[in-house]
Design a protein around this ligand. Sequence first.
Ligand code: GLU
Length: 441
Amino acid sequence: MTTTRFAPSPTGHIHVGNLRTALMNYLIARKSGGTFILRIDDTDPERSKQEYVDAIQEDLEWLGLTWDRMERQSTRLERYEDAAQQLRDMGRFYECFETPTELDLKRKKQLNMGKPPVYDRAALALSDDDKAALRAERGTGHWRFKLDHARIEWTDGILGDRSIDAASVSDPVLIRADGQFLYTLASVCDDIDFGITDVVRGSDHVTNTATQIQIIEALGGGVPNFAHHSLLTGPQGEALSKRLGTLALRDLREAGVEPMALLSLMARLGSSDPVELRSSIEEIAEGFDVNKFGAAPTKFDEQDLYPLTGKVLHEKPLSEMADDIAAAGVPADLAERFWNVTRENITTRKDLAPWWDLFANGAEPAIDEEDQDFIKEAMTLLPEGPFDDSTWGTWTAAVKEATGRKGRGLFMPLRKALTGQSHGPDMSAVMPLLQVIKARG
Ligand code: GLU
């Protein structure tokens, strides 16, 4: 049975980068009829905020990424304490007393000598008396897991065969001097206890994975399948890390991006499959395979979301748009006509209100210099409203008759005079919606 998890820290809003992780784990679980867990990594009491926990749930719900179970690390501290004790009893956990400044100095020295900045395990040499003295002087120490200096190997679902020499990695700190359990220990305990079978996360976690494999094994757990997706870059390959703050899911929602547009893009971007708009998560899950994703950085362009969003909307029946159409101010008896006229001329739902404003209050006419007289004459031929489906045909025929203009030279200036735009929906369908014609003067 497959069990996956999405494990955000509630220290901010989730963004497109997080969505990639969430979606991949979600799809793996859904595809196999397994379990998807939302795990809140809130062991840092200072930075974790309930408002972000709420926001994360809201964002996932908006996308339809529902979880079967929710867990919070802050409720499991006893379990982490037990695991820490287990590691101490095994001789795999040791207390260290170096200050951040001392550690920094050690790293700099190592780098100066051309050595990798790996923790030198000086604390392992401390006697019980040394430790008692240091504790009296500096307070409780922080705790490191003693890695077994062997090669750590796994077959990564995206990166392929990986092998990391444990001696090239510092023994990870699992408990801070103030007693706070760090993510690594909490995550490992949770992955074991919740029976996580597959972990997909960003490639910034590759080294964590190496150390976590050893901790899982030390604690007697089964090692899940790991896959590390590449990090997102901007369209030109530029780092996205600084901009991710502006690519929060709630900002995209606010900008009018449709869930299926976002899901369709993110579920295929960076894979060997083309991005195609899908109409349901089930359909997205069908062809999904984490092995199809490449290791190279993945270019993400926010602008790609808009044509997809437009496509999602074009397909929508009136029933799914009625609330937004009413909110744009359209009277119920005109809703259907309004939707049929505008559906192919909007990119997001936000475009509905400007269209209604144009129909209800009239558009500023756009009249080219050479068309001034022509439009004046055309206006004298325009019947009083209300207009119907035949108004445009009858009127343009009369204008043609009177002015001798035809084709584009006839229709385009009229469209621009009535709507202020050179493109847009079929004018015969627009006419019955027009309440005010400013070009009448
Ligand atoms: N809270 C961690 C993060 O957001 C989770 C990483 C993981 O998936 O293990 O980076």
